[in-house]
Design a protein around this ligand. Structure first.
Ligand code: ATP
Ligand code: MG
Ligand code: MG
Length: 350
């Protein structure tokens, strides 16, 4: 059988590896860390850093297609890998989503609504951006932010200097605060032949900047659910994308506003593991392997809840609950704020 190369060895890489092996593929992960969640389940673990050219060459030659579980792959590593092996999703999807400013400009260019935004590289820029966008607003680092890290909220224009200082010199983008009624996300997939399929939109609740729950169905109108799916389709087609993509959206009285996209399987798509015949991980593997997409129709109502840090104390009770699908990542220490696993609580489709 052929071998799927996965850049990144976290829980997403782990669940991609499981899905791949269920379809008869071998997996090889490339991950600088040693004892990581994906290393317990992948066939091979190439433990090396992204500037190790020999290791990258070995990886690119050993696998038949390369995919990834995170978007911050260094450009130099990609240059080298792309010359050896097909990388799916493609380079453009990565470049666009590695940088919030590029991403917002792209989304706007393809006709989607985003929050008002302006790039901020200096304190002078910051004052100009606040004059333009006002407050409340959020300053975010352009690169490397996740789980709400690298963000500073401005309650009034007076917070400008403090927010700028909080970026510690990193390039940033100021975004107007969106007064949303709820947040939803769509997990979409596109096959190599251009076929597109989306899972039902889920409704997301965050706690301390980290995704807490995703609920399907989302409590929004059928029209908005359709809009959300069409937005995901537009992004997938514009990027000539192959694989699974997550699109985070704000629901507002004037329609949907795109928050951000992620060129990979997404935490808010974990509900598909117990709500669909074909989950997001298998869908991604199918797409990158050049297979047809599977049927991601939803057969149950699901509430996905992340298990973070001390939530692991509840495992005893959760494992005895007949309506709970338990997914643990095999991480050793349950540090505060660390994603240790998730549950999918299912009920009959309403
Ligand atoms: P993720 O872990 O999803 O990648 P992130 O660090 O990239 O998170 P964002 O998704 O940009 O962060 O923001 C985290 C959360 O903060 C959002 O889901 C939303 O609840 C809130 N938020 C972000 N931007 C805005 C905005 N412009 N207006 C209102 N709320 C916002
Ligand atoms: Mg993000
Ligand atoms: Mg987000």
């Amino acid at each position: 059988g052929s071998t799927i190369g996965i850049l990144g060895g976290g829980q997403l890489g782990r669940m991609l590896s499981v899905a791949a092996s269920r379809l008869g593929f071998k997996t090889c992960i490339f991950e600088p860390g040693g004892d990581c969640p994906a290393s317990h389940v992948a066939n091979y673990h190439l433990q090396a850093s992204y500037d190790d050219r020999d290791a990258l060459a070995k990886f690119g030659e050993a696998v038949d297609v390369i995919t990834y579980e995170f978007e911050n792959i260094p450009a130099s590593a990609l240059d080298q890998l792309e010359a050896l092996c097909e990388v799916r999703p493609n380079r453009r999807a990565l470049t666009v989503s590695q940088d919030r400013l590029t991403e917002k400009a792209f989304l706007q260019d393809i006709g989607l609504k985003v929050a008002p935004f302006m790039g901020v590289s200096s304190l002078d820029d910051m004052h100009k951006a606040v004059a333009q966008i006002g407050a409340p607003s959020i300053l975010k680092t352009r690169t490397l932010g996740y789980d709400g890290k690298g963000q500073a909220r401005l309650r009034s224009p007076d917070d400008a200097a403090d927010a700028f200082a909080a970026m510690k010199g990193a390039e940033a983008v100021l975004e107007g605060f969106v007064d949303f009624s709820c947040e939803i996300s769509v997990i979409g997939a596109r096959a190599a032949d251009g076929q597109v399929a989306c899972f039902d939109p889920g409704e997301n609740v965050h706690r301390d900047g980290i995704l807490h729950t995703t609920t399907v169905p989302a409590s929004v109108s059928a029209a908005l659910r359709t809009d959300a799916v069409l937005i995901a389709g537009r992004v997938l087609n514009a990027l000539d994308y192959v694989g699974v993509l997550g699109v985070e959206l704000f629901v507002t009285p004037s329609g949907l506003i795109v928050n951000e996209i992620a060129p990979r399987v997404h935490n808010s798509g974990h509900w598909t593991q117990n709500g669909c015949l074909i989950d997001q991980f298998e869908q991604h593997i199918r797409a990158v392997a050049g297979w047809p997409l599977g049927d991601g129709g939803r057969h149950a109502d699901v509430v996905m809840e992340n298990l973070i840090g001390a939530d692991m104390d509840r495992i005893g009770d959760l494992s005895a609950d007949p309506n709970v699908g338990l997914h643990l990542y095999g991480k050793a220490d349950a540090k505060a704020g660390r994603k240790m696993g998730h549950i999918n609580r299912i009920s009959p489709k309403g």
